[in-house]
Design a protein around this ligand. Sequence first.
Ligand code: UDX
Length: 470
Amino acid sequence: MSQNPRPPHVLIFPLPLQGPVNSTLKLAELLCLAHIDVTFLVTDHIHARLLRHSNIQTRFSSYPGFRIQTISDGLPEAHPRGDRFLELFDSLKSKTKPLFKEVLRCGGFSCVIADGILGFTCDVANEVRVPIFYIRTISAACLWVFFCIPKIIEAGEIPFEGDDLDILVKSVPGMERYLRRRDLPSFCRSGDLADPNIQLYKTESEENPRAYGLILNTFEELEGPILAEMRSMCPNIYTIGPLHAHLKAKLAAKATSPTAFSNSLWEEDRSCIAWLDSQPPKSVIYVSFGSLAVTTSNQLMEFWHGLVNSGQRFLWVIRPDSIAAKSWESEVPVELSKATKERGYIVGWTPQEEVLAHPSVGGFLTHSGWNSTLESIYEGVPMICWPYFIDQQVNSRLVEEAWKLGLDMKDTCDRSIIEKMVRSLMDVGKEKFLERADQMAKSAKRCLSNGGSSHNNFERLVEDIKSMSA
Ligand code: UDX
């Protein structure tokens, strides 16, 4: 009697931060929908936060092939992981690596999908003979800059001296026309090649072509020219983004309506949706700097004055841990509080995808994290970019210069500039930005429909995974 073959079984191992966990959970669900079993391997720390704030358990309860497994990141419970990424990374490399090897050796997995910044996973996978795909949850543009760090160093373009940050960088093929020193990943400004971040991103990115394939949360119509360059080093690339929308499209095609998605590591304040419901169409600028950025109270005040002086309505996320000074609330001038009551709304964390899809939202003041950028592009919301660190410096340049989807405000935090840019995006330049954002949103939607690039690349990924367990 013939038996049903066991479905392929994938181990997904994300980088333990909000952005990568978000994207990989979406990939996990897409694979479950394609009848592939998934074990989602997260650190105890992330697991505890997911259980506390997300609805992951109910969300995945309809997928019998999905399970979560936990692993230690080797750090003490109270360690501030997001702030001290290098320490987290070192600990993963030394303490988590042997545990990961055990998980992989005993799990009977068809393949592993690991975050490509965790280069050690490729050594382990090769050792235990399990095929490995890498996933990078940043833009192809930034990843390409990481790939080119050896070339940039060889050309003497980093480290650089002097404070002219507008000099063009010539050794990143495809970006020669617009990439300036100031648009390089933030750590390139350190002036020291021994900087641990330069070493980390250079070394780990060099590992990426060793994997069977590279999965990227982007789409061809957005980053085609860069992807063409990247394929010269890393030929097997699966562009399957924007992942959040890809998942929605697949669920809609199956007429499935699962519980609302929440992968949050913070408590969502849904009252902002009711507030948005009462605002005029495209009248609100949404302000959020993601899950890691920390601002000084001085910067907070510049933003606050700038937003209020712009005269626009705003919805602002001030994460409980995002302001360096603890006593900032008592320092807010009365006139700002008054203006905020009239046309602003402040929360600690939002259901961001829903916010960006809301008809009242007409602009996004963002830190240019890659998930936020893709979510904004998909919903046709123009951006003002205030990049905080690492990849965000590259993303914000592309938003303004390559894609013309907004304004890059990097390296300044001044109330009059904020006011001017908010007015330009939401008022004087509104039509131009909205028209361009609408065109890009349409191409994002096309790439996910039948025959579209991300749709086809995902089918290919599923076939490749299935062939590994045959
Ligand atoms: C980090 C890095 O900062 C970023 O540059 C890199 O691309 C990925 O890792 P993060 O700061 O978390 O990411 O930013 P981003 O990638 O934009 O991800 C934030 C996620 O949190 C988004 O999916 C966004 O929808 C979600 N979010 C943010 C909420 O759900 N609610 C909020 O209030 C704010």
